[in-house]
Design a protein. Structure first.
Length: 540
């Protein structure tokens, strides 16, 4: 999704909560500055709207997951679990048709909206109609383009008919936090302009928390939904506080004026060491930092050049230095904690001697100044990187150093992200040599967003312009079957193909880092979408 990819260039998207490192003291049960029953969470920016039909920012979906529900959601292990649906549709439970084109959701009975009105399948059909209404600026309309129809044969059944079988659809459609939240028909059916309707700043959902107030640009206050189908909440209030300055956020966390704070740099962990009542949680992410070559520009259209440049990089060292150890070195476009990952993926090893021999054999020989030249042309790639990303800048500068040691006169060209990726920018127009990029992915291991010809700008994030018929076939076959063993096979072949062709060089899967008060119990990160996935288990 574009929303995730854009956010990932500025802040690392978190994924699994399974790998944690905890540092806490033997401080008293409640620390000075804490407010019993209240959980205060900091975020670096503020929403524009809390209407799921128009809110495409990460922070908007983050907050909306607390107020609304989808039919499904992700848990702390990034597994798909039921939300308003009673079960994940499968062939075994009758929820998935034999041809893979019909998905049937059975809905919970007795669910009510925060204003007391009953929730039914009609709300789901209404939500879909609004999502696909050209007059509604729904940010994920392209995701729902795979849907042929959504119908409701009774009050508690929803039937989704797909145009083609899609294993990804189960995790993409009506998924809470993926722009898939269900909205109330009885409150919005009369609305003619979703952008200006008051619902955007006074939302009503079915979720675990009810909207209370919003001091725009400062704080959103939420309170427990006493009728939440997931059970009684153990807290009295959640405050979502906008803290754009990282140093201010750190000061507030140390003073226990925040209970959950997302750290923006690994170095902040050092500052928190020894602070009583704070534990640090880290988790691997579905965000990839990687190099993209412009395959339409010489000499980066030459596989020998790309292979040599990959062999020259110590990806482990780059990942550890750029993220101060809070990253997993990448050897594939699929992370090692994904079910689709194959460790035998053919990734080029770190071998600068082999890199030099390959360039020599390809006619790129060192000139008098040490820079490699072929037919009078210098090997001097300009490496684009977003100015807003400190880790991106560090990684790009390390790549520059490794390549210069090989005789490649690389330069780093930082530019604002909105310039790099904006309309008419170098990524969209193909006016670049190399891009040190970052992309946030869904949990599903499909990589059509950066590898399919259908995702070449302006239709996606395939900035390398990679166009390989075999890759297209593997992507299509991987998406069209629901059998996981078959999908693993296709994605294994895809990983090996990409590591051979090298349109991209994966560098690192960074981790997200949180400072959490030891007064807060039950918090478990899930920021592929939102940390609110299990708010009913929180205590303070």
């Amino acid at each position: 999704m574009i929303r995730k990819a854009a956010f990932a260039a500025l802040a690392v998207a978190l994924a699994l909560a399974g790998c944690t490192h905890v540092t806490e003291s033997s401080a008293p049960a409640q620390h000075v500055g804490s407010v019993p029953g209240v959980v205060r969470i900091s975020r670096p920016n503020s929403p524009n709207s809390l209407n799921p039909l128009i809110g495409g920012l990460y922070i908007e979906n983050y907050v909306q997951e607390a107020i609304f529900d989808g039919l499904v959601k992700l848990d702390g292990n990034e597994d798909l679990v039921p939300d308003l649906a009673v079960a994940i549709p499968t062939r075994a439970n009758g929820g998935l048709s034999a041809d893979g084109k019909t998905i049937t959701y059975r809905l919970r009975h007795g669910v009510t909206w925060h204003d007391g009105a009953p929730f039914t399948s009609a709300d789901v059909v209404f939500t879909y109609k609004e999502m696909t209404d050209p007059k509604v600026p729904f940010p994920s309309a392209s995701t729902y383009a795979q849907v042929q129809s959504v119908t409701a044969p009774d009050l508690y059944t929803v039937v989704v008919r797909l145009k083609n079988p899609s294993a990804q659809a189960l995790g993409q459609l009506f998924c809470n936090g993926e722009d898939g939240q269900i909205v109330p028909q009885h409150l919005l059916s009369h609305v003619t302009d979703m952008l200006t309707d008051p619902f955007g700043y006074n939302p009503v959902g079915t979720g675990p928390l009810k909207f209370v107030s919003w001091d725009r640009g400062n704080k959103i206050v939420l309170a427990p939904n006493p009728n939440y189908f997931g059970g009684t909440l153990h807290i009295k209030e959640v405050d979502i506080i906008t803290v754009p300055d990282a140093n201010t956020m750190l000061t507030m966390a140390r003073a226990h004026e925040l209970d959950v704070a997302q750290l923006t740099t690994p170095s902040q962990v050092t500052t928190l060491q020894g602070v009583a009542g704070i534990r640090v949680i880290e988790a691997p992410a579905f965000t990839l930092y990687h190099i993209e070559f412009n395959l339409l520009r010489a000499p980066y259209d030459d596989i020998s050049v790309r292979t040599a440049l990959a062999l020259a990089l110590d990806r482990h060292a780059i990942a550890m230095k750029a993220f101060d150890g809070y990253a997993i070195p990448a050897d594939s476009v699929i992370p090692p904690f994904s079910w689709g990952y194959d460790p035998n993926n053919g990734a080029p090893r770190y071998d600068p001697a082999a890199a030099g021999k390959l360039l020599d054999a390809d006619g790129w020989v060192r000139g008098p100044d040490g820079v490699r030249v072929k037919n009078g042309a210098r090997l001097d790639p300009a490496v684009m990187v977003a100015t807003e990303s400190a880790a991106g800048l560090s990684g790009a500068q390390q790549v520059q150093a490794y390549w210069r040691a090989l005789g490649v006169d690389a330069t780093v060209k930082p530019q604002p992200l909105n310039v790099l990726l904006g309309p008419g920018g170098p990524a969209e127009t193909g006016n670049f040599d190399v891009y040190y990029a970052s992309n946030g992915f869904d949990v599903d291991p499909s990589r059509d967003m950066i590898l399919s010809k259908l995702s070449i700008p302006p239709n996606g994030h395939n900035y390398s312009r990679y166009n390989n018929p075999t890759a297209e076939r593997l992507i299509e076959e991987g998406a069209s079957t629901y059998d996981r063993a078959a999908r693993i096979h296709y994605y294994s072949l895809l990983q090996r193909l990409v590591n051979h062709d090298l349109p991209v060089i994966p560098i690192a899967w960074p981790k997200f880092i949180y400072a959490v008060s030891t007064d807060v119990h039950g918090f478990a990160p899930e920021t592929v979408n939102s940390d609110f996935w299990n708010v009913e288990q929180w205590r303070n």
